[in-house]
Each structure stands twice: as structure tokens, then as C-alpha cells.
Design a protein around this ligand. Structure first.
Ligand code: BES
Ligand code: MN
Ligand code: ZN
Length: 498
């Protein structure tokens, strides 16, 4: 799908369908209808007064009217109340609009943007949010479906800017929205792939290709190199799998960027069976998504590179399967991580924190300005917060502020949880420095406490997105299936990074 901006009178534009937002408030809110021929304005107003149209969010009604010479069809799309316009309602609008356009065979669709969609002076948050909604709302996982079963979408969306638009900002927002949406869809795609397709090796191949295409660096460490570095926790988790382990290192240097990099770390378990501490069979298939953190950081760095953000970035992805076999690591084993910390394994299903331990310890050599890890780490995060937010841990005030702002702007929620000493106590081992589980109480907090043994004194944020890699409910711009959670959050954080 292509996006274009149009800053002249709407009637001048040729399109197969024109989308017209309708607010649910009174006629004064719907001033933008005046840009249309008088009889259309009157027709819509009359339908509103008779209650045929309400303007409620989610309402979509097609009208055929030949008084706009250059357009075949009109699509009236409810935009809700003017008072509730914010970034999220515009994403929802974009999602509802594109859903109504699915399989309609329109090539070019125009969207008449009301001035009242504008939330600030620069017009970029507005166009960004609408475009995000459109790109995200038109995603489907089609790899194993034949072409006939795939939905058809418009080829071109022309965004008609309201009067007095700041054109560079408006177009900037379109670009940001398009790339953020692309990134999140890439993450959805990676999460959606079954583990017999997306192996650690395939993940490394994807990263190399992205790096080549979007001009950043990618280096992949093999098992021998990982062993030489003494990343023994990562090796232990890989021991039960026949597929080789990989440690992927991507780096992007932005223009005018400060020297020290922001380091992203993503959990890349391509399938988590639990290992010897095997999981129950029900819903185990969902554990193909246990690389949701990896998908998030891969898509984030690829999007940041496309946006040419002025930041230095390194993304680290330890990736392996977690399987039981004759060579698998076992409960009771003791491992020595890259930084020398010894770990007693009490449950081989607590594997994510093990592979992250080595990756976090590795990140120190980059002298990062901040370390951000993203992981589908604990089922307990689902118990604590449900599907409403990711669990968030942070050891630094500036990072906390920046992330809360980024979550507000991106609509991808986080909720802070504590890094208290109590949880360190809970994971002390009697025979090693620490153990890899602290039992049932506060499972999300003890996992974060575990990671804290590998973060040194660096500013660090940990995002446990275990509840959020899959979208169950579905929403306007959230098709059911893999969610791609976190990409908009990380990108928004990076866009404002100082
Ligand atoms: N990948 C799982 C966590 C998970 C659960 C993600 C459900 C998404 C949905 C993780 O590796 C795991 O198994 N964690 C264990 C830890 C426990 C053994 C201490 C868990 O949460 O049960
Ligand atoms: Mn596990
Ligand atoms: Zn896992």
C-alpha cells in the first residue's frame, strides 16, 4: 500500500472511493463536510438528523453519489466525539476505515481529513496515527494460504490534508506511521511463523537480509564463538536442541548521534517446550511466539534505520530452541554465566532469563548509554496484569520518564513493577550465587531480579511482554493473532532519545 498526501481542494482529486469521517457530535464538529458539494453535505446532514448515521466509532456506510465527478463511491466512517480525538482514536479510525475497504477492489482511495483530527500544531502525530491504523489494520498472516484466500487492499491511499496544514510535518508523520506500521507487521510476521520455519538459523538470515537492505551492520556468532566467549547459560539452553544456537549482533549508527549506543536485547526462543521441565500439552503451540522480544528488537532496529533516527543502536538476539533430549540441560545443573555469576537451574522452563543473562552481560562491552531488554519472560506477567499492559522494570529515573511518555504516545502500555531486594533474597541458591526460579510468589519480579544480576550499573529497562505477543480479542487495528507488541513503544522511545 502506498501513501500520498494531497493539499489541494478534495474535489480536484481522482479516486475510486473517498472516505469521509463523521463525528458523533453536532453539525459544528462536521465543518469538513463543507469541502464537499452542497448536496452531499445536505444528504449526510439529513441522514444524521433522521438517525440513519450516528458518527459513532466503528460505523461505516457506503454512499453512491455522482455529484463528485472524480469519485465513484463515498465511505462514511464514524470518528466518534471530537472531544475524544487522540492518537489512539485515530489509529482505531484508520483500522476501521481499512477494514471497511477490504476486498472492495478500489485501487485509489482518498481520505478527507477534518481539521478537528489535528491534536497539536505540527500535524505529524495526526497523520502518523492514521497511517499506523491503516497499515496495522490491513495485516494478515498469509504465508501458508494461497493467493485466492488473501484479502485485497487498496493500492494507494491519498490523505487529503486539512486547510493550513504544515505540509512537511504532515508528510513526516505519514512516513513515520508507515515505517512504524511496517515494523510492527514485520514483528507480527516473525511471531506468526511456526518454529519449523523460523529456526534460529532462519532468524539470523532474516537479520542479515534486513541489515543489507536497510544499511546497518549484522554479525552472527556461531556456537564455537559463543563457547569461546563462555556464554554457558545460552549454550545450556541450546543443549537439548538439534538446531544450532546463534547470537545475533546488529548495529546501526545514526547521523549526528551521541557516541554511546542504546542497547536492545530480545529473547529469541524459537520454541519453548519447557525442556526437561516440560510444559503441559494444551496451548504449547503458542510457544512458537517465545521470540516475541527478538522480533520486537529486530523490527525496531530495522525501522530506526529506515527512519534514519539520530541514535546509535545495537540489538542483541540470543536465539535457540528449548527442548528435552538426551543431551538437554537438567534441573540441578549449575551454570557459570559470561560474567562469572553461577546459576543453579531448578526449572529448565525458566530458560529465557538464562539466555538473557549472557546477552545482558555481553552488552557491557559496548559501554551502552542504556540497556533495554524485551522478552516473553513469565506466565506470571499474565496473572499480574492480564492483557492490558506489559510488566516494566527500570533502575533509572530518566529512562522511566522516557518510557512512560513513549507508552502514552504509542498506545502500547507498560506498568512499572518493583526491583526490591526482597526478590534477590528469594532467588539466592544454597550451592551457587543464584537459582533460576524463586517459586510462585511474584514470578515476574523474581525474574526481573534475576536479570538484575547481569546488568551492572548501566541504566536498564526490562519489558516482560509475555501476555502480549498474541492478540486474542482483536480490535480495529489489531487483527487476531500475533500482536507485534513493543515496536511502536521502542520506536517512540528512540525517536525522542537524548
Ligand atoms: N516463555 C515462557 C513464559 C510465557 C508463558 C510466555 C506464557 C508467554 C506465555 C517462559 O520461558 C516460562 O516458561 N516461564 C516460566 C517460569 C517458571 C518456570 C519460573 C513460567 O512463567 O511458568
Ligand atoms: Mn520457558
Ligand atoms: Zn520461554
Amino acid at each position: 500500500m502506498q501513501f500520498k498526501s494531497h493539499t489541494q481542494a478534495p474535489a480536484r482529486l481522482k479516486s475510486d472511493c473517498m472516505v469521509i469521517p463523521l463525528f458523533s457530535d453536532d453539525a459544528r464538529s462536521n465543518q469538513h463536510l463543507k469541502a464537499l458539494p452542497k448536496n452531499i453535505e445536505n444528504r449526510v446532514k439529513s441522514m444524521v438528523s433522521r438517525g440513519v448515521l450516528s458518527g459513532k466509532a466503528g460505523e461505516t456506510v457506503y454512499l453512491q453519489d455522482d455529484s463528485i465527478k472524480n469519485t465513484d463511491m463515498l465511505l462514511i466512517c464514524g470518528a466518534g466525539s471530537v472531544k475524544q480525538i487522540d492518537r489512539e482514536s485515530l489509529r482505531v479510525f484508520g483500522g476501521n476505515m481499512i477494514t471497511a475497504l477490504k476486498n472492495r477492489k478500489f485501487k485509489t482511495v482518498s481520505l478527507l481529513i477534518p481539521d478537528k483530527f489535528n491534536m497539536d500544531k505540527d500535524h505529524s502525530a495526526m497523520s502518523q496515527s492514521i497511517v499506523e491504523g491503516i497499515v496495522l489494520g490491513s495485516y494478515e498472516y498469509t504465508r501458508y494460504k494461497d493467493a485466492k484466500q488473501r484479502s485485497k487492499w487498496p493500492e494507494r491511499i491519498v490523505l487529503i490534508a486539512p486547510q493550513k496544514t504544515n505540509k512537511p510535518s504532515f508528510e513526516d508523520g505519514i512516513k513515520t506511521g508507515r515505517i512504524a506500521g511496517w515494523g510492527q507487521n514485520l514483528s507480527r510476521e516473525l511471531i506468526g511463523h511456526p518454529s519449523n520455519y523460523l529456526t534460529p538459523q532462519e532468524m539470523a538470515r532474516v537479520c542479515r537480509n534486513l541489515a543489507k537492505q536497510y544499511k546497518f551492520q549484522c554479525k552472527v556468532l556461531s556456537e564455537a564463538q559463543i563457547a569461546r566467549l563462555k556464554m554457558n547459560c545460552l549454550l545450556a539452553v541450546n543443549a537439548g536442541s538439534d538446531k544450532p544456537v546463534h547470537f545475533i549482533i546488529m548495529s546501526y549508527k545514526g547521523p549526528r548521534a551521541p557516541q554511546k549506543p542504546v542497547c536492545l536485547v530480545g529473547k529469541g526462543i524459537t520454541f519453548d517446550s519447557g525442556g526437561i521441565s516440560i510444559k503441559p500439552a494444551a496451548n504449547m503451540d503458542e510457544m512458537k511466539g517465545d521470540m516475541g522480544g527478538a522480533a520486537c528488537v529486530i523490527a525496531s532496529i530495522a525501522s530506526a534505520a529506515q527512519l534514519k533516527l539520530p541514535v546509535n543502536l545495537v540489538a542483541l538476539v540470543p536465539t535457540t530452541e528449548n527442548l528435552p533430549s538426551g543431551s538437554a540441560y537438567k534441573p540441578g545443573d549449575v551454570l557459570t554465566a559470561l560474567n562469572g555469576v553461577t546459576v543453579e537451574v531448578l526449572n529448565t522452563d525458566a530458560e529465557g532469563r538464562l539466555i538473557l543473562a549472557d546477552a545482558l552481560a555481553y552488552s557491557h562491552r559496548l559501554k551502552p548509554a542504556a540497556i533495554i531488554d524485551v522478552a516473553t519472560l513469565t506466565g506470571a506477567a499474565k496473572i499480574a496484569l492480564g492483557f492490558a499492559a506489559a510488566a516494566f522494570f527500570v533502575n533509572n529515573d530518566k529512562l522511566r520518564k522516557q518510557f512512560n511518555q513513549a507508552a502514552d504516545n504509542s498506545g502500547e502500555r507498560i506498568w512499572e513493577m518493583p526491583l526490591w531486594k526482597d526478590y534477590q533474597e528469594q532467588i539466592k541458591s544454597s550451592i551457587a550465587d543464584i537459582k533460576n526460579t524463586g517459586g510462585r510468589p511474584a514470578g515476574t519480579c523474581t525474574a526481573a531480579a534475576f536479570l538484575n544480576n547481569f546488568t551492572g550499573d548501566f541504566p536498564w529497562a526490562h519489558i516482560d511482554m509475555a501476555a502480549l505477543d498474541v492478540e486474542y480479542k482483536g480490535g480495529a487495528y489489531k487483527p487476531k493473532g500475533s500482536s507485534g507488541y513493543g515496536v511502536r513503544l521502542i520506536l517512540e522511545f528512540l525517536r525522542n532519545w537524548k
